[in-house]
Design a protein around this ligand. Structure first.
Ligand SMILES: Nc1ncnc2c1ncn2[C@@H]1O[C@H](COP(=O)(O)OS(=O)(=O)O)[C@@H](OP(=O)(O)O)[C@H]1O
Length: 366
């Protein structure tokens, strides 16, 4: 009888683990019957080394500067070698608005006896080209934002080009009448998808099947895609996958635009934009869903870390925006040893990327 109960319990336990795995690990690649890369990378042993090889796709108007600052701080502190723009874009902090990174064309050549470790300036993704400059074990990270908010942020940022937003509905009703249709030069034609290097034919002629095929490729190639609306959740996931310390990933919000264009025509504009920016919506929805699948792999503990991180960030934001002493002391926790956040840390978190370029250049190319 005892043996029967034991065997029955074992069967039930096995079934529970199996069901739980399906729930936690979610999607299986139908071709290989394997978990997709994003879900594999999330299961890392605790004793793994910190990741130093990173490509970060800094997608425009998604909160990308806030996250870039985390990479710049980390890389500078450890003297990592950055891929740096050579100013051919006209900007010191932009590799290219239209192309991927190409040595001798838009990036400064590799310093002697070093290899590139981090790329975090604006550039267009292209895996074949990036494989030529980044190490094989590079983690690929990117960021997306709810498409209409990304579009609205773009319009406000480039107000000198787009005006005060009055003509947006007219444009969205007939986008093909505008030169915006040339996807390479455009900041409003599915810009996020363009930066992710979606095939150009899909911008002219949307095809759901081909879009999903391309998303499958991105799913295999990117380790973490952060979602602006869940920034803290995304950053905690990133910290775990890179095996970095809590202090490394604290951030202050950068590049906030206080202007607002959202008004009583917003609903109409949203509907028109969804019709127009099909690639951006497909991209966002895909990685939104994937973010939560990845987070869930870590179980309840990651949710505790997220709420700890949110409250820590509030304290840091408060400290950095007031005149309240030279540092705050952060007690040790399940996720971190104790550490201090100093006035210098606040300055580092707020420093503009151009100032980081000025710090990187003399170190790498002395
Ligand atoms: N942490 C966090 N969470 C949510 N949103 C954030 C965050 N950090 C920056 N932002 C918002 O992102 C917008 C700026 O994006 P980028 O830094 O990518 O702009 S840029 O392309 O580098 O110019 C800009 O959006 P708008 O204010 O709507 O224009 C920022 O407010």
């Amino acid at each position: 009888m005892k043996r029967y109960i034991f065997s029955a319990s074992l069967v039930i336990a096995t079934l529970l683990v199996w069901v739980n795995n399906i729930k936690l690990f979610g999607k299986y690649d139908s071709n290989t019957n394997q978990r997709t890369k994003a879900l594999r990378v999330a299961v890392i042993p605790n004793n793994q080394k910190q990741v130093h090889h990173i490509f970060y796709l800094k997608v425009h108007k998604t909160g990308s500067s806030t996250v870039q600052n985390v990479f710049l701080r980390y890389g500078i502190d450890r003297d990592l070698t950055f891929v740096v723009p050579n100013n051919s874009s006209g900007y010191r902090n932009v590799i290219s608005y239209t192309d991927t990174a190409i040595p001798g064309y838009n990036i400064i050549p590799l310093p002697k006896d070093r290899h590139f470790e981090m790329l975090c300036f604006h550039v267009i993704y292209n895996r074949t080209a990036l494989d030529k400059i980044m190490p094989n074990d590079t983690k690929y990270v990117a960021i997306v934002r709810e498409p209409f908010l990304q579009f609205d942020s773009t319009l406000r940022y480039f107000k000198h080009v787009f005006g005060d937003g009055q003509n947006v509905s007219t444009f969205l009703k007939n986008p093909h009448l505008y030169k915006n249709e040339d996807v390479r030069g455009s900041f409003t034609n599915n810009r996020m998808a363009f930066e992710f290097d979606f095939p150009e034919s899909l911008f002219r002629d949307f095809n759901s099947h081909k879009t999903q095929e391309y998303l499958k490729k991105l799913d295999e190639e990117f380790d973490v895609v952060l979602v602006n609306e869940y920034m803290e959740e995304s950053i905690v996931l990133l910290r775990r996958i890179l095996n970095w310390k809590v202090k490394d990933v604290i951030f202050l919000i950068l590049n906030k635009n206080v202007l607002h264009t959202l008004d009583n025509t917003e609903l109409e504009k949203r509907q028109l934009y969804r019709q127009y920016a099909k690639l951006d919506y497909a991209l966002y929805e895909f990685f939104f869903e994937r973010l939560w699948r990845q987070i869930n792999i870590f179980g309840q503990d990651i949710f505790r870390e997220i709420s700890y991180f949110k409250s820590l960030r509030r304290s840091v934001e408060n400290f950095c925006s007031t005149d309240s002493g030279p540092f705050i002391f952060v007690q040790n926790s399940t996720w971190s040893e104790s550490f201090r956040v100093s006035r210098k840390d606040c300055d580092d978190m707020l420093r503009h990327e151009n100032d980081y370029v000025d710090m990187i250049l003399p170190r790498q190319y002395k």
